[in-house]
Design a protein around this ligand. Structure first.
Ligand code: SF4
Length: 726
């Protein structure tokens, strides 16, 4: 796991370049997919093709082998990296090749084929500009699509000037690119073997689709007489026709390009005559088209992933990088921290766990906060946060921990095999909150006292720079119990879910919710219900989260059966009801709650849309708000409801568009991640302090967002529901 020092150093040295590039890609994605009227249909189509292909993979591999052999090529299915490298070395040795040129291929990074060939004395040259920069710099990729994303133009100029000592120092992007093009052109001319990856391989015809920005894959194939293509077995799809949705989606999702500069469909061995670069007169006609083609398909753990209920989804990944670009933490630290041996970003946990093992995935898995912003960005609809959660759960169960028996005895969770102490603490935060409220204000005073903060920092790695939550003595449920409804003849009836923070810490937003709903003619009840399980789930304590989910639905079911709507204030809990409970509960139980629960402003908006008199809403003149919605609320498409209701009240609302505030529940409390959390938060601060925004009242929907904004700004943020109860 990257330490706080390592993360700080990466943010200092690579953070600016990574942030600029990933945010540019991410903004490009939003723009590009907005132009696509059938975006969601294309995603569903792509997903269905991948599901079908992985389901029928053994058959498709047989079909593909027949097709490639019929075309005159060879297919080799390699068990692992060593097996693949042995085969490739043999092909290169048979060709008696001194130089092999490569186009970009993450799978070739995975098997470390460069090292294997260089050990045999073969000159391996990367022809993708980013990969070549890294080869010259002797660095590892930090992004699956743009491998040198962490390097600025200035640092590349410095590198080239130092290594190549050109006549005129290189400076501009154009000069650097022209120089690289010249250098690489010289190398390609002398190469005997070309090695490419493959974005997709079709089983029906043996056709490979390669998407590139530089056209170097074509050049690699055309300029050499021996072509080796390396791809994971999961790259096989049934037919050439199936390429359509992927070609539409891959460039838009990754770099925000409507279509990548080059989409090459090759059915090797290609017919193009071999080029004689020495012969200016007849470079083609004197040569035959006798070409050799080897398709090396790599298993390396993938067939076992196919049998794994949770990791299987990873195999649908088309490596577009949208999950990296949309990830707030990735935007700050890049793939050198948020990545394993080969793969980086949110989905890297699945790849690295399946290919390298849990220990490699454990190194960076905690950098996924489960914010879910990658979920809608993924063109094949992979539930990336869920894969991260499952792997975290497996990692938790890996090691025996000292004093586990003591922690087991003290914590009420369902973990039969322990998690680290810090995770157990945060995963059992409901117990802490109950104790905190029962003994407040003493608990608040004690928690904040020097020795307690020292002990929290020492044993739980809770960063002393974070302000702790203040527990209220009277909980939201207690408050609701001792009052009578003000609605005699209700239009609707609702149960307000008392989430952990509203119940024990931010009680005022609970009271405001009840008052606002009653003003709109809703009869409200606030029963005592368990916390949603969000806290244990975010620590990878899946069994405990499942137990919470069962208790919550058991408590709410009678209210739903009685005709009450479930209103949820905290977006991360609403997301549990709408998304994660599907994984934790049987279908009927999940569906009943999901269909009957509403985020509070979604509910108010629904009331208004369905005829509730808007006179009950407070109105303001000249109210100016800056609104930051919660990441999971945005993933569920519920940001607009809050804005619409606030505008109905007369507010002028501007919204932030950062992917996440950086706090993400317990994440920002952890010493290792405090500075990363604040770095992510800085992007939100910049927006909230921008011209025309700096004097607006700040409102935010999520507990974590409110805590983070409170730490970032002088202005104190509020939950928007409080404005409706004024
Ligand atoms: S998981 Fe989805 S978003 Fe991430 S790289 Fe794979 S296809 Fe792209």
């Amino acid at each position: 796991m990257a330490s706080a020092d390592e993360l700080r150093e990466l943010m200092r040295t690579e953070g600016a370049a990574v942030a600029q590039n990933t945010q540019g890609f991410n903004e490009g994605r939003y723009r590009s997919v907005a132009d696509l009227s059938d975006y969601e249909e294309l995603k569903s189509e792509a997903r269905a093709i991948k599901e079908d292909a992985i389901e029928r993979l053994p058959d498709l591999l047989d079909q593909l082998t027949d097709a490639v052999e019929e075309n005159g090529g060879t297919v080799y299915i390699a068990d692992d990296a060593a097996d693949a490298n042995d085969y490739i070395r043999e092909v290169v040795a048979d060709r008696d090749a001194d130089r092999l040129v490569k186009s970009k291929s993450m799978t070739s990074e995975e098997i470390e084929v460069n090292d294997a060939l260089e050990a045999d004395g073969v000159d391996v040259v990367e022809t993708d500009l980013g990969e070549w920069v890294l080869q010259v710099a002797d660095e590892a990729p930090s992004h699956i699509v743009a491998p040198a994303i962490h390097k600025s133009r200035e640092s590349i100029a410095e590198l080239f000037n130092e290594v190549f000592d050109p006549d005129q120092p290189l400076e501009t992007a154009e000069e650097l690119t022209r120089f690289a093009r010249g250098k690489l052109g010289e190398q390609i001319v002398d190469a005997e073997v070309g090695l490419t990856g493959a974005n997709f391989v079709t089983a029906d015809t043996g056709t490979m689709a390669l998407v590139t920005s530089e056209g170097n894959a074509r050049k690699t194939v055309a300029a050499t007489d021996t072509h080796i293509a390396v791809a994971g077995v999961e790259k096989v799809i049934p037919t050439v026709g199936d390429l359509h949705p992927f070609v539409e989606l891959i460039g838009r999702s990754g770099t925000g390009q409507d279509i990548t500069s080059y989409v090459s469909l090759l059915t090797p061995p290609v017919d193009t005559p071999v080029v004689d670069f020495e012969d200016d007169e007849t470079p083609l006609s004197e040569h035959d088209t006798d070409r050799d083609f080897h398709l090396v398909l790599i298993d390396n753990g993938r067939l076992a992933m196919r049998e794994d209920e949770h990791l299987k989804e990873t195999l649908y990944c088309i490596r577009c990088s949208a999950c990296s670009n949309s990830c707030a933490n990735f935007q700050s630290v890049g793939g050198h921290a948020f990545g394993g041996e080969t793969y980086s970003g949110g989905i890297a946990t699945g790849w690295e766990a399946g290919i390298e093992g849990l220990d490699v995935a454990a190194e960076f898995n905690d950098l996924c906060t489960g914010c879910s912003r990658c979920v809608n960005a993924c063109p094949v609809g992979i539930d990336i946060p869920w894969i991260n959660t499952v792997v975290r759960d497996r990692v938790n169960r890996e090691d025996d921990r000292p004093a586990e028996w003591l922690v087991d005895g003290l914590t009420p969770d369902e973990e039969d095999k322990g998690a680290p102490l810090q995770k157990r603490f945060f995963g059992n935060f409901e117990t802490v909150a109950k104790l905190g409220s029962a003994t407040a204000p003493l608990s608040n005073w004690l928690a904040d006292a020097g020795p307690s903060r020292w002990a929290m920092a020492r044993f739980l790695d809770i960063d002393p720079r974070r302000e702790l939550p203040t527990f209220e003595r009277e909980t939201f449920v207690d408050w609701a119990e001792r009052r009578d409804s003000t609605v005699d003849d209700p239009d609707r009836r609702a149960v307000v879910y008392p989430d952990l923070y509203t119940n024990h810490v931010q009680v005022e937003r609970g009271k405001a919710t009840v008052k606002a709903l009653e003003a709109l003619g809703v009869d409200v009840t606030v029963p005592s219900v368990a916390s949603s399980g969000r806290a244990p789930l975010s620590q990878g304590m899946v069994a405990t989260a499942e137990d919470h989910a069962e208790r919550v639905t058991e408590a709410l079911a009678p209210h739903v059966a009685d005709g009450r709507d479930v209103v949820v204030i905290e977006p991360s809990d609403h997301a549990m009801f709408q998304r994660e409970y599907e994984k934790l509960l049987d279908e009927a139980t999940f569906t009943e709650l999901a269909e009957n629960s509403y985020e509070v402003f979604e509910y108010v908006y629904g009331l208004v849309e369905n005829g509730t008199d808007t006179d009950a809403l407070p109105t303001v003149e000249d109210g100016r708000l800056a609104y930051h919605s919660h990441c999971q609320q945005r993933t569920l498409g519920l940001e607009a409801h809050t804005v619409a209701v606030l505008e109905l009240c007369g507010y002028d609302v501007t919204t932030s568009d950062v992917e996440c505030c950086g706090m993400a529940g317990s994440f920002g409390y952890k010493s290792d991640y405090y500075e990363l959390s604040m770095d992510v938060g800085d992007r939100l601060r910049d927006q909230l302090e921008a011209d025309g925004v700096e004097d607006r009242q700040v409102v935010a929907s999520g507990t974590s967002c409110l805590e983070q904004i409170d730490a970032l700004l002088e202005r104190q943020p509020r939950h928007p529901i409080e404005l409706l109860a004024e």
